[in-house]
Each structure stands twice: as C-alpha cells, then as structure tokens.
Design a protein around this ligand. Sequence first.
Ligand SMILES: NC(=O)c1ccc[n+]([C@@H]2O[C@H](COP(=O)([O-])OP(=O)(O)OC[C@H]3O[C@@H](n4cnc5c(N)ncnc54)[C@H](OP(=O)(O)O)[C@@H]3O)[C@@H](O)[C@H]2O)c1
Length: 347
Amino acid sequence: MSLRVVVAAPVSEVDCARVRALEPRVDLVVDHALLPPMRWPADFGGDPSWRRTPEQQRAYEAAIDSADALYGIPDADPSALARAVRANPRLRWVHTMAAGGGAQVKAAGLTADELDRVAFTTSAGVHGGPLAEFAVFGVFAGAKDLPRLNRQQRAREWSGRWTMRQVSELTVLVLGLGGIGRVVAEKLHALGAKVIGTSRREVDVAGVAEVVHPDRLREVASLVDAVVATLPGTSATEHLLDSWFFAALRPGATVVNVGRGSVIDETALIDALGSGQVGFAALDVFETEPLPADSPLWTHENVLVSPHTAALSAAEERRIAELVAANATRLLDGVDLLNRVDTVEFY
Ligand SMILES: NC(=O)c1ccc[n+]([C@@H]2O[C@H](COP(=O)([O-])OP(=O)(O)OC[C@H]3O[C@@H](n4cnc5c(N)ncnc54)[C@H](OP(=O)(O)O)[C@@H]3O)[C@@H](O)[C@H]2O)c1
C-alpha cells in the first residue's frame, strides 16, 4: 500500500527527501516550480507577490486533486482548502503547517461530512523549545525590571542600589500544558520557580507543582508573580485574560503571551500596565497582526513587542517533516494520527 502525498506549500527538497526516507511507502509528489519562494525559514505561505500563470494554477490544482494527503494547506488559504476537499473525494488527510492550523480549517467552512472524511493535523508541539526560551526570557526581563535598566542606562543614571526579583522565588502560572506549555513549565521549574499550570483534564506534568482547571483562573491569579499564556485562539479562549484577571494578579506581575493574541483583552492589558498592576509584558502575538502602527503597545516602556517571530528556529522545517512522516506511517498502519485538529473547538 502507498500513500500519495502532494506538497501544497513550499517545502525544501531536503525535507521532501527526509519524508521519503523516513516513510518509503509515501509517494511524495512535489513540483517546486508551482510553489512560491520562501522569504525566510518555514515561510510556508511563501512570497505573496509571487503568482502562478493560469497554466501553472491548473497543474497545481490537478496535482492536489490527485492526492490522498496534502503536505500543507494549498496557498495557506482556507478557500483553496475547501476547494481541494470538495474536488477530491479520495483526500483523507491534510497536514496544516501552523501549530494553530485549526483556525484555518475552521475558516474553510467545511461540512460535518467533509470534516469526518478528511483528517486534519497541525504542527502543535514543534515550537515548544524556542517559545519556552522566549517565555523564560520574558519572565527574567520582568523579574530584573529590564525597562528600568534601559531607562536608567539611556539617562546615564547611576542610581542607588535596588533589589531585583529572583526567578527562583517566583510563582508562575502557565496557561495550557500542551506542546509549548509543558516545555515552559519544565524550564521554569529547572530555574527554581514554582509552576502552576492549567488544564481541563487531569494531567500530571513534569515540573508543575499544581494543575488547576481554567475555571479557577481568577482564584489562582492572586498567587502568581508571572503568567505565561500558551493557549490556542478559539472562541472558548477569547479574552480569557481580561481586566478581572489582571486585577487579581500580584501587583507588578509579568505577562508573557506566546500562544494566540486573542487570548488577551489588549485594552485591559494596556490599562493594567498603565496602573502598574502588570509591571511588564513580553508579547509575541497580538489581537491584530501585524500590530497596528497606532497601538500603544509599540511605545509602552514596559512592553516588549516581538513580531510573532519567537517560534521560528532553523529546526522547524525538519521537525515538521518528521511529524508528517510519522503521521504518514500511522495513517498507513491504521493508527490514530498525532495532533488531530479538534473539529469542535478548532485547535
Ligand atoms: N508564537 C507562535 O509563533 C506560535 C507558534 C506555535 C503555536 N502557537 C500557538 O500556541 C498554541 C498552542 O500550541 P501547542 O503546540 O502548545 O498546542 P497544543 O499541544 O495543542 O496545546 C494546547 C493547549 O491548550 C489548552 N486549551 C485548549 N483550549 C483551551 C480552553 N478553551 N481553555 C483552556 N485551555 C485550553 C489545551 O489544554 P487541555 O486540553 O489540557 O485543557 C492544550 O494543552 C497553538 O494553537 C498556536 O495558536 C504560537
């Protein structure tokens, strides 16, 4: 038995060869001339100014319509995904390159039957290492009051001595204990912080002193010095971190977001930064991306803005290729796929 996997997004020849070597039963079909050039590593959307000729577009869609499985959402475009699902009754599996690929599947507006016929998987977990480092960096920057150091240095001010907080003495709340949250918890625990994590399930996670249900967020907020959000953007997580939550935190708390911007009510966060209730925020994701030029977050002294880039690492494309190969093996062997999109909450 073989599985015809068509590459629908830019993937390097090295990674195509990697998938073929890891799972020789995969018939991997790729025509690099039909895919946009990447602007940076793991740029699976590719250069938006690049266009196919009508003839190339026909060839691209014909290949997609002959596939059992797609490596990437066609043109990272939900409407192209819907077209592919409807035009190709043999399609069984689509791997979305993003960890939060569920949102693109939701946007495709597929019917229940279509969602049943085609399995969707995401790259969740691939970004745990780099994002956990960014989270630790944010927690450190808050504890050591990086904004104050920057301000004093710019003013050439040799101030009196003042105490910095020790990460080893902090209690940190990690929201979400999935692929990212688990690594965040492990690293913060290794630094001596007390980690409280959230999950809707009964889980036991290395480095987490206590797992609480997200319903208890406000209750635990009063115990924490820093929060790291690693949650997906779904209707259930939208504005989970609101003015009530920020008001309940220990004064001067640090907020880090490496999940999705919609999880934080940015207006409430800006108010909490203004009052000093939140002392520092390190944000890789925002409610609107790119962050609008008039957002007060750009110029806020106590905010570190990262343009959704903290997850990117040289290993990302390789790790996604390994995941695709592992799931191809599972599909061929009739084993449940890793990282299936939850087609109720779409993450
Ligand atoms: N900054 C970036 O560039 C970047 C890169 C990769 C990923 N992300 C974002 O980060 C998200 C998480 O990535 P991951 O790899 O850690 O995914 P994951 O392994 O699927 O973990 C997601 C976690 O979120 C929790 N969760 C989901 N819905 C929830 C809800 N309604 N309330 C409370 N908790 C909820 C789940 O917890 P339980 O099921 O245990 O309750 C799960 O452990 C992705 O969906 C993506 O949006 C951002």
